[in-house]
Design a binder for this molecule. Structure first.
Ligand code: F0G
Length: 419
């Protein structure tokens, strides 16, 4: 019902469940679901009953859809109740972008505060079932923290390879707290990922999003989004793109939900990159293959120049009738501050979604009456140094700390101006 295949379309089914790429063509592997083997009503009913259960596996937004995942032995499942994230109405964001209807799918409301947990619970559970002792990843910070937490729960040793000076200190500290070995490398994420992909996946569990089990977990974000809308798809889903695992995962999730009949349509996907790290946006515009770049952006989570999953992501964006674009760091900073004013905090990379939506409305690609969901991939506390810098600046939405005032006078002034 769900089988591992070459994502490039080779006929030979991989026999090795630790492999990450096709032995024949080198493309990444992907699970393929036989949608006709599932009944929409049964999937929905199972999810509904499990939401009311007290078993952590049932309450997980990932494992309550376990029939749609590669099978993992019950006793290997390592869960922190991830994936059960809210869809939050976003009136200020909607006004900012110029659309009638906007909500945020807040994947930062996960156990380690990023979307990675939905994929990591599946990848680490699988690794545990296979008897792996060591889990490894390259990371711009969030994969590292997520792997470290789930490895700790599963009793695996975690090793992170990361450009520690170029990523958020909060994420590094979080990862150290969960007990992972953090190996600092010269160079950037792309160098670190290259080193990790050269390891033998039969010896250590490589849990970057090149691991197809990660993608399967992350696709459930699409189900959780649709479930909260009573399986009515929005017109567009907008999300940031770095290594492009998440765009391929969400696209797959929506495609499967549609094929199973859970929903009558699938949303169009818009993938947004930071302009200094936008090889996918360029390849999309040119219609050619992806040409890696040396990446530079303040949104350090997506400072990635050679995204591993670009072919999968392109296939999903095409299948959805979607688009790919890039936005400047200044647009990301402003959008992030606006998201804050909805009472919802996210890290810089996440805000590329709202910045991208604003652009797509301005250029007419998305109509003002569209029903849109922006995916927020990480929590505001993931990068407080960035937020503090922004508010100390003279940027449009900066909110400076008030110093040296008389409190009574100041409150009176506020009462007058907010009468
Ligand atoms: N948003 C955040 C907050 C991220 O941490 C990442 C990627 C992305 C978006 C992009 O997702 O790579 O699937 O396209 N972070 C990875 C990491 C690379 O190591 O934490 P993607």
């Amino acid at each position: 019902m769900i089988a591992l295949r070459c994502s490039g379309g080779c006929d030979v089914a991989p026999s090795d469940h630790d492999a990450l790429s096709c032995a024949q063509c080198g493309d990444l592997l992907a699970f393929e679901l036989r949608a006709d083997a599932f009944g929409a009503q049964a999937v929905d009913e199972n999810a509904r009953l499990r939401r009311a259960s007290l078993d952590p596996k049932d309450r997980s937004g990932v494992w309550r859809f376990r029939e749609l995942l590669p099978p993992v032995a019950e006793d290997a499942i390592t869960t922190l109740r991830e994936g059960d994230v809210p869809l939050i109405d976003a009136p200020r964001g909607a006004a900012y972008a110029g659309v009638a209807q906007l909500a945020y799918l807040h994947l930062g409301v996960n156990p380690t505060a990023s979307f990675k947990d939905a994929g990591m619970t599946v990848a680490i559970s699988h690794a545990r079932e296979r008897g792996a002792r060591v889990a490894v990843c390259a990371s711009t910070g969030n994969t590292a923290a997520s792997m470290a937490a789930y490895a700790a729960r599963a009793g695996l040793t975690a090793v992170v390879i990361a450009p520690v000076d170029g990523i958020s200190a909060a994420k590094v500290a979080q990862t150290l707290d969960y007990g992972a070995h953090v190996v600092a490398v010269e160079g950037d994420f792309d160098d670190a990922l290259r080193a990790v992909r050269a390891l033998d996946p039969a010896t250590v569990a490589v849990v970057n999003s090149v691991n197809p089990y990660r993608i399967e977990g992350q696709k459930t974000a699409a189900f959780v989004l649709l479930e909260q809308r009573r399986w009515a798809a929005p017109d567009w889903v907008v999300l940031p793109g770095g290594n492009l695992g998440n765009a391929s995962a969400l696209g797959k999730g929506f495609r499967e939900a549609h094929a199973i009949g859970l929903t009558t349509s699938a949303p169009r996907l818009a993938v947004v990159q930071a302009s200094g790290a936008a090889p996918f946006a360029r390849a999309w515009r040119d219609g050619g293959d992806l040409v890696p770049v040396r990446a530079e952006t303040d949104a350090t989570a997506i400072r990635i120049g050679a995204p591993a999953s670009w072919k999968k992501a392109r296939a999903e964006v095409r299948a959805s009738g979607g688009t790919v674009l890039d936005v400047a760091d200044g647009e990301i900073a402003e959008a992030r501050a606006v998201i804050g004013r909805d009472g919802v905090g996210c890290e810089p990379a996440s805000a590329a979604s709202l910045a991208g939506l604003r652009r797509l409305v301005a250029d007419g690609s998305i109509k003002p009456d569209a029903d849109v969901v922006c995916v927020l991939t990480g929590h505001v506390l993931k990068d407080t140094a960035y937020a503090a810098r922004y508010h100390a600046s003279d940027a449009a939405h900066a909110n400076a700390i008030v110093r040296g005032v008389d409190l009574a006078d100041y409150l009176n002034l506020l009462l007058l101006t907010h009468a």
